[in-house]
Design a protein around this ligand. Structure first.
Ligand code: HEM
Length: 183
């Protein structure tokens, strides 16, 4: 994945746990003391190793780390030069979720080798929908939970999301997303 992702993981750890914790996590992941370059591609293993090392150092399950990262990512991208892109994706949570593939298609203009996930929305009501998440990368459903919660913050709604794995011709994770306005 592009270095932008690893940079954001680093930003999250440094801001929440400090520089010394970041150094321990980076070392445990076997990575050199060098800055990540946002526009450069890194093996997916680098990101998975970082999540594994953070999980071990912080004593939290990998799923919790991924979820926390998803929450952070929504704010990070909005502040790291992708604010307009985020704005253009929609003004409400359901509108935004319907536009996720288009969002990554636009991201691809700056990151030509992007291998983005794909999303499909169905079963919409005024306060819920079904979101299907397709990716070749394993185990990232908890990241999507965090992203959905982050988008909830963005649109000022409380979000709950549960997911189940759907096997078959086109395996994916199926999320039931529900939201209610914040007081
Ligand atoms: C402007 C905002 C965004 C940017 C710049 C962005 C960019 C990226 C990049 C660079 C990757 C790594 C993929 C690769 O390098 O091949 C990625 C992956 C991913 N993105 Fe986005 N993204 C944005 C918003 C979102 C949002 C709002 C969601 C919410 C669902 C999302 C869901 C994901 C997921 C789940 C992955 C993990 C890769 C996978 O599932 O295979 N992204 N994105």
């Amino acid at each position: 994945m592009y270095g932008l992702i690893n940079k954001a993981v680093e930003g999250l750890v440094r801001s929440k746990f400090g520089d010394a914790t970041w150094d321990r996590i980076r070392t445990r992941a076997g990575l050199p003391d060098e800055p990540f370059i946002g526009m450069e591609q890194y093996p997916d293993k680098t990101t998975y190793d970082l999540v594994g090392a953070a999980s071990a150092e912080l004593g939290a399950p990998a799923a919790a780390i991924l979820e926390e990262f998803g929450l952070y990512w929504v704010r990070y991208t909005a502040e790291a030069g992708y604010g307009e892109l985020m704005k253009s994706a929609g003004r409400t949570l359901p509108e935004f979720l319907r536009n996720l593939d288009q969002l990554h298609t636009r991201v691809k203009l700056s990151f030509p080798h992007l291998a983005p996930p794909s999303f499909a929305v169905s079963d919409e009501s005024s306060s819920s929908l079904v979101l299907r998440y397709y990716s070749d990368r394993p185990g990232l459903a908890p990241l999507v939970v965090g992203l959905l919660r982050g988008l909830g913050d963005r649109f000022n709604v409380d979000v709950t999301a549960r997911f189940e794995r759907v096997e078959g011709d086109r395996p994916h994770d199926r999320f039931v997303v529900e939201w209610s306005p914040r007081a």
